[in-house]
Design a protein around this ligand. Structure first.
Ligand code: PHE
Length: 439
């Protein structure tokens, strides 16, 4: 450490000659007031004191310094005074050097201590210890009075420079600490405003719900009302009243969940809704759609779930023909998939319709070129339909010689798969919101 004091001393070699060599340093700054070892004040006027630090000069008969009361005969007075002044000078220089060394030591120590201080509190404590009103620098300077007047400016100057240097160092340290504390706080409570915000995902209706609402709308325009029918059914409604008596081979088309109550089951299709509607409204004409969940005891695969939706359609009245069915379904397909879709009806079989058909539309994904969604056929099967079987009309309150009707059943998930090109029906009910981004 090249201290302020160091530079002062280095630049003031003329003082060096006035310094008493170390081993002759007979009194230290602080020893000048109280003699170490005796506890007796050195200037109490009771002769040479026992202080080992002053003995040598005192016993040599030399001046004992300004702090000792000189006692000598008058004849010796002049020489003695000279010696005294000299000694005082030496003594003063020694004291001055001592203070300067103390200042330097203090400076060094303070700097080291400051480097250790790492919080606002510790720097404050440091300030009061070294620079405070009752601090150590002030403590040293309080003894300035014991210096000869001509020696004071140098010590004062050095002390002041040390003070300024320490204050400056303190300021720098405090600034660094404050910065570090701020950084730490920022890190702890950091809000990085430069981070891009997390996009708020807006809630969306489930694809099935959207599909159902689209279906309701299209059929509402054609005069169809939504009719609700229970999910837990009886064998009678699910099968028998739809022309499938017990043991009918067509029952094999619907793998059924049975409840523990005999004759009670989870509906395998929405067709029992036809039965409910007819029994409720017969002999009035009917135009309803019956949406809802259906259940099948099936292995879950990409194409089949054990629970899915169906929308049943039923129209009963006088003079209802197959061309009415075709017209309604074509209108539906055009509205659901876009104008100009091609459709085809393939013969099929359902015990409750006669004749029965399945309706295909040209693949909306590949436009008949062939793709995995249409299994490279270019066509998508969208529903099963047919004219209500006369027995079914009869079982449920309508005279088949007077009334006729058509019925259809479609799967909204299947249609959504086709419409949005989704390849796996299991996505629908696995609660992954990413599915909703697909539409
Ligand atoms: N219920 C039939 C099924 O689940 C679909 C259908 C409904 C067919 C109405 C014809 C008439 O496959």
């Amino acid at each position: 450490m090249r201290s302020v004091l160091g530079s002062i001393m280095g630049g003031t070699t003329e003082f060096a000659g006035n310094f008493v060599p170390r081993d002759e340093c007979v009194v230290s700054f602080f020893d000048s007031t109280v003699c170490v070892g005796t506890g007796r004040g050195v200037d109490e006027g009771r002769g040479p004191c026992a202080c080992p630090l002053v003995h040598r000069s005192a016993h040599r008969g030399q001046a004992q310094g300004p702090l000792h009361t000189p006692r000598h005969p008058l004849s010796l007075r002049k020489d003695e005074e000279l010696r005294q002044r000299e000694a005082a000078f030496h003594m003063g220089s020694t004291v001055q050097e001592d203070i300067l060394q103390q200042l330097e030591a203090l400076h060094r120590e303070a700097e080291a201590a400051l480097a250790q201080a790492n919080s606002s509190e510790t720097t404050q404590a440091w300030h009061s210890e070294y620079l405070g009103r009752k601090g150590r620098l002030t403590g040293i300077l309080r003894n300035l009075g014991s210096l000869a007047p001509e020696e004071r400016p140098l010590v004062g100057k050095v002390a002041n420079e040390i003070k300024v240097a320490l204050e400056q160092a303190l300021q720098e340290r405090q600034a660094a600490i404050a910065q570090a504390e701020l950084e730490a706080m920022r890190r702890a409570e950091s809000v990085d405003v430069t981070l891009p915000g997390r996009p708020q995902t807006l809630g969306k209706l489930h694809i099935t719900t959207r599909m159902l609402r689209d279906i309701y709308k299209i059929f509402a325009e054609m005069g169809f009302q939504v009719y609700e029918s229970p999910e837990v059914e009886t064998d009678e409604y699910n099968f028998q009243l739809l022309n499938m008596p017990p043991g009918h081979p067509a029952r094999d088309m619907w793998d059924t969940f049975y409840t523990t109550t005999p004759g009670q089951l989870l509906r395998t299709h929405t067709s029992p809704g036809q039965v409910h509607a007819m029994r409720q409204y017969a002999p009035q004409p009917i135009r309803v759609i019956v949406p809802g969940k259906v259940y099948r005891y099936e292995q879950v695969t990409a194409r089949s779930e054990s629970m899915f939706y169906q929308v049943e359609g039923l129209a009963v009245g006088k003079h209802i023909t197959f061309s009415d069915l075709k017209g309604v379904l074509m209108n539906y397909a055009n509205q659901m998939y876009g104008e100009g879709r091609e459709a085809r009806f393939r013969k099929s079989y359902f015990p409750f319709t006669e004749p029965s058909v399945e309706m295909d539309i040209d693949c909306v994904i590949c436009n008949r070129k062939g793709c995995p969604i249409c299994k490279y056929t270019g066509w998508l099967e969208i529903l099963g339909a047919g004219m209500v079987q006369p027995l079914v009309l009869q079982y449920n309150g309508y005279d088949p010689t007077e009334f006729s009707g058509f019925a259809f059943g479609m799967g909204p998930e299947r249609m959504a798969l086709q419409k949005y090109g989704i390849d796996d029906i299991r996505y629908f009910y696995s609660n992954d919101v990413r599915l909703l981004e697909r539409v």
